[in-house]
Design a protein around this ligand. Structure first.
Ligand SMILES: [Zn+2]
Ligand SMILES: [Zn+2]
Length: 739
């Protein structure tokens, strides 16, 4: 059996590679014949006088994937030999079924085109009507180019843009991988024309960037290498003439050597590796309405030609690369009997279906009565589940389930934000040792810790700086960027690079002084750092001033706190502690696995007495109130950011008995995203809003589902004409069956 499998795989691979092999053949006849063979229709489809077809190549690709999947399952042991064998035995049937399903999906695409066409014709835009009418393929024979024009003429602008973007992205990726391959080839093949004999020495000018954080990669900008021969002639080397080895940023160290090698001659330059500085994420952008795009981008190939044209006069290497990779991409496509047109049409067909279904779903709406009914239904379901004990109370501490969880036992779950001013590992070890001696009482310990903290400095992040950003600027003006194109070794203060390492941190912190309500500024020292205790005071003062200001809401407090977190926090976990990836921690009054003081402070914020709150320097009341505490790690500033279950005594919560409480529909389930209701919409971040969104999405799915169902169950029998040409793919079936 093993042998048979192998044979089959070979056949499969042959089926695919045969195409490539024949296409490479110079004999144009064979290529043309093969192409004609593979572009033959295996099914033709007509709906309302529009025609479409499935071709042999498409069908073969579908079957190839289908069989390969089973082969993979078989190989992995998911299915037995018998099951796999039966797939092969039934290959003829599979071909027929695949052909049928491809044809039906073509028919559905025609339906979507027709729907959109009708919509345009029923609209008021005379221009669009005329354009769509002119591009209509009704009554015409199938042709890919015409289909493209037709779909372009009926797609709403935003969908046309989306289709072009999807197509461009797909082709760009294919292009990029060929480009990478090509550039590797070039790098490997480059044989230096400069003699490596009779070399006296290398003269190396080190790169401009000489200090690296642990984990950073070498930036070669500024690196220049010159070879001096024994007769004292000098030649400047190209980057491809020499290799650079030995750079490692795994360990901290000074004057670490990096080696430049040309032939048998080496020379070194040195770099310093320093400890990694804090790497905090950028503050998430508020979901601002993205500006709607109105311009359809150039198609991939048009844009590529423009780039080539531009490079022709400015960059000979780039020009050569782009031209060569373009040639390879086109060769790859034609080897598979595909073209730009094919891929573009695929993207359009996909989008025409998406656009049509979206329009079908648009009619969905939800009434207030439906929301209430859904609320009552869920309430009852969850109550029963909790009474039966099938839902663990701890589920409530999962932030994402709070939105659907309507009933909780009263264990008082709540959420806090955390900002940690961390002492260094060395100082922490010192502290732990001191503590282990057990000679000091709590007060003395705190004093000792305070002294250590006073010695710790911190970097303040630029909250806009995205460490994961990629510099897209191909001619970047930042000397630390791999896309830098200039000659100067001087770093421009106002460089435009999103990746610029000098923009990671800020050298001043502005805050409001709560004592006088005035703005104040802390400036960094020469190392770009701040004293932790000074910063702690600034943060607490700023938050206090805000909480005392007129009209400040809990949301305002949380937002302000978040900004400080993204700027100063050194607790990695804080950024992803909750299951939905938001900042914050879920805690309960029942149990907590967090550090003692942190937990005590958090509980005081949520449900503490006035005395408890005073102990932790708490400012404010309820959500948005905050305090701070010492722990082994340093100092934590903590803000209460929400309750999983509102205070049972507070309005809007119904006691259902048996330790169960129902949150009202208006209860805020996510303070950070809370926005008051408007004329058009319910208040965001509330339970009622979540329910409405869920119902609306279900209804949309339903409308689209019905549209599809009606097509596949009725229309396809009554109005669609499909003709199958099974003879066309007989030869492919034979190939599978041969062995
Ligand atoms: Zn820069
Ligand atoms: Zn850049």
């Amino acid at each position: 059996m093993k042998k048979k499998l192998l044979v089959l795989l070979i056949v499969l691979v042959l089926a695919a590679s045969m195409i490539v092999a024949t296409a490479c053949n110079d004999s144009g006849m064979i290529v043309k014949n093969k192409e004609r063979d593979f572009t033959q229709a295996t099914a033709t489809v007509t709906y309302k006088d529009r025609a479409a077809q499935v071709d042999k190549l498409e069908l073969n690709a579908t079957i190839y994937n289908f069989v390969y999947q089973y082969y993979y399952y078989y190989q992995q042991g998911y299915i037995g030999q018998d099951s796999y064998q039966s797939v092969l035995d039934n290959i003829e049937k599979s071909y027929d079924q695949a052909n049928e399903s491809l044809a039906k999906s073509e028919a559905y695409t025609l339906k979507c085109i027709d729907e959109l066409y009708t919509l345009v014709q029923n609209g008021t835009d005379a221009n669009a009507k005329a354009k769509a009418a002119a591009a209509s393929t009704v009554g015409k024979a199938y042709n890919a180019a015409d289909r493209i024009k037709e779909i372009e003429s009926v797609l709403p602008l935003k969908d046309l843009i989306a289709a072009v973007e999807a197509y461009n992205k797909e082709r760009q990726e294919a292009f990029d991988s060929l480009r990478e391959e090509y550039e590797k080839e070039i790098a490997n093949a480059t044989v230096t024309s400069k003699s490596t004999e009779n070399v006296d020495k290398l003269v190396v000018t080190a790169p401009w960037k000489t200090t690296y954080e642990k984990g950073e990669s070498l930036v070669e900008n500024g690196l220049a290498v010159k070879v001096v021969y024994k007769d004292q002639t000098e030649v400047v080397l190209e980057r491809s003439d020499y290799t650079v080895t030995g750079f490692s940023s795994d360990e901290v160290g000074e004057d670490k050597e990096v080696t430049v090698t040309f032939g048998n001659t080496t020379e070194t330059f040195t770099v310093d590796i320093v400890a990694a500085l804090p790497s905090r994420p950028a503050i998430p952008k508020e979901d601002e309405e993205e500006e709607e795009k109105t311009v359809v981008p150039d198609l991939f190939e048009v844009d590529l030609d423009k780039q080539i044209e531009e490079a022709k006069t400015t960059d000979a290497t780039l020009y050569k690369t782009l031209k060569e990779v373009k040639r390879r991409l086109e060769k790859q496509m034609s080897s598979n009997y595909r073209s730009y047109e094919y891929y573009y049409l695929s993207a359009l067909k996909e989008q025409v279906v998406t656009a049509c279904e979206e329009i079908k779903g648009k009619d969905a709406s939800v009434t207030a009565a439906e929301i209430t009914a859904e609320f009552t239904k869920k309430l009852e379901e969850q109550k029963q589940a909790l009474l039966l004990g099938s839902t663990k109370y701890s589920d409530a501490s999962d932030a994402s389930s709070v939105k659907s969880q309507i009933v909780h036992k009263d264990g008082k779950v709540f959420y806090v934000r955390n900002l940690l001013f961390k002492i260094t590992d060395d100082l922490q070890a010192e502290y732990d040792e001191f503590k282990a001696e057990k000679v000091a009482n709590d007060e003395a310990l705190e004093l000792y810790l305070n002294g250590l903290i006073d010695q710790t400095k911190l970097h303040a992040s630029n909250v806009e700086y995205d460490k994961d950003a990629k510099c897209e600027n191909e001619e970047c003006d930042c000397i630390y960027c791999s896309n830098y194109v200039g000659e100067s070794s001087e770093h421009k203060e106002d460089c435009t690079c999103v990746k610029c390492p000098t923009k990671k941190f800020v050298d001043s912190i502005t805050y409001v002084n709560a004592d006088n309500g005035e703005e104040a500024t802390l400036n960094a020292d020469e190392e770009g750092t701040f004293n932790i205790l000074t910063v702690l005071n600034a943060v607490c003062s700023d938050l206090k001033a805000l909480s005392e200001a007129d009209g400040t809401t809990a949301t305002d407090m949380i937002k302000a706190f978040d900004k400080w977190t993204y700027m100063l926090n050194d607790d990695d976990g804080a950024f992803s502690a909750l299951s939905d990836g938001k900042v914050g921690y879920g805690l309960s009054m029942d149990e907590s696995s967090y550090v003692e003081n942190f937990t005590a402070l958090s509980r005081a914020l949520a449900y503490g007495t006035a005395a408890e709150k005073a102990e932790w320097h708490v400012v404010g009341e309820g959500v948005g109130s905050f305090g701070w505490c010492y722990t082994n790690y340093g100092i934590h500033v903590v803000m209460l950011s929400g309750y999983a279950l509102e205070d049972p005594e507070a309005a809007g919560v119904t006691d259902l008995g048996g330790g169960l409480y129902a949150i009202s529909q208006d209860a805020i389930t996510d303070y950070a995203s809370y926005k008051p209701a408007t004329d058009d919409d319910l208040a965001k971040g509330t339970l009622i809003y979540e329910i409405k969104e869920q119902l609306l999405s279900d209804k949309k799915d339903n409308l689209v589902g019905n549209f599809k169902k009606d097509f596949y169950q009725n229309t396809i029998d009554q109005e669609v004409k499909i003709t199958y040409y099974s003879k066309t793919y007989k030869d492919l079936i034979e190939q599978y069956k041969q062995d």
